[in-house]
Design a protein around this ligand. Sequence first.
Ligand code: HEM
Length: 423
Amino acid sequence: MRPLSTEASSQAQGPITPASERFDPFDPAFVRDPYPTLNALRESEPVFFSPEIGSWVVTRFETVKAVLRDTQRFSAMIASDPLKPLCPHARNIIAESGFDVPPMLVNNDPPSHTKYRAFFGAPLTRERLQALKPFTESTVDTYIDRMLAGSQPADLVAGLTWDVPALVLFQLLGVPAEDVARVKEWASSRVVLTWGRPTEAEQVELSTGAVVYYHYALDLVRKKAESLQDDYISDLLRARNGDDSKMTMHEIGATAFNLLFAGHETTSSAAANMFKAVLADRKLWQAICAGEQALAPVIEESLRIDPPVQAWRRQAKEDVVLDGVTIPAGGRILLEFAAANHDPQQFPEPDAFTPGRRNVLQQVAFGAGTHFCLGAPLARIELEVMLKRVAARMPNLAIVPDQSFPYTPNTSFRALRRLMVTW
Ligand code: HEM
């Protein structure tokens, strides 16, 4: 039994400092707007221990990137472990279900990771991803049609950014579109179970859902094996060619389980964050609508300024010193991408939305090094299509003033759940 991953038991502790006391990723004010706090912490104590999450928090761009690139001294094995160890009841639910997601991609290290990355990355060719563009365009148009036919104000998340990335991912994987709603709900539950601070009652409920979701992914791969088609999972099964030494059915099923999370939750958030940032600047929005502003720099800047993956984990394999702070072997580390992407040493005037920054591609929204996001090209296609089609068809789109912006409290995913707009 692997409770939603490896769930390492060792929890090295560090010293309590002013930053330790100031940092609470679940504080409602932080959840609403983490950047002022992260900026201040990066200046005062760029690396500190947080007892709240049992981790050292790393905030400087150079340091975050160096850790991401250093697979010798830092392990990714804990990346998707529950932040808060599960209660016995939730653990039992998982144990009894046969839940077993082995370390493969995001929560694995070389050399094992290298084999999985080659196998699961190979079919994600440029051609396969580009071929999804017409489907993405027609799906976005259908959603815009529905919004235009409906009443105003309306929620752009419910009306567009929530479903579209899942529908595109399902098209890639060859999954029936009617399952989108429940997979989206399962993915949101996984954010809370793994990166949130659920109560014991919530852990039990969320673990029950995770088990159903896991078996759904395994069944999907089993069914696909009975009739291969033109999709990514079929490509994997063809590459396996019945040979367990290449990849087992279970490993492909477990990867499908992970992709049914990684492949849309992030992109939905990226799209919502992008529209929120871009619509806040009327001149920029008008330039986009008039075709005077290239889209790629806008997309990259939106990923920099409000990254959907705000923070990601590593574990020290040996004693290490980061920015003068010693982290003992076994120490858990939270790399604050949100702070790194706002580091003025790297990005001058980091809190300003400035499309066309010379070095924007250096930012860490998609990670860096060995684990750099395998889906980044697809996410960029989706974001471009959404921005382009919305600008063409809803040029008067505007954010409803004085609304609150709800986010799910957790350490790692900045998932805007509602964005009320008029057009
Ligand atoms: C804007 C959208 C997305 C963002 C911000 C994002 C972000 C990330 C991040 C931060 C990582 C971890 C990098 C690291 O540890 O260094 C990652 C890994 C990964 N992502 Fe994405 N992702 C996005 C979309 C996607 C999509 C659409 C897919 C699939 C179609 C995908 C599949 C993966 C996979 C398979 C990995 C594991 C790669 C490995 O460990 O070798 N992601 N992503």
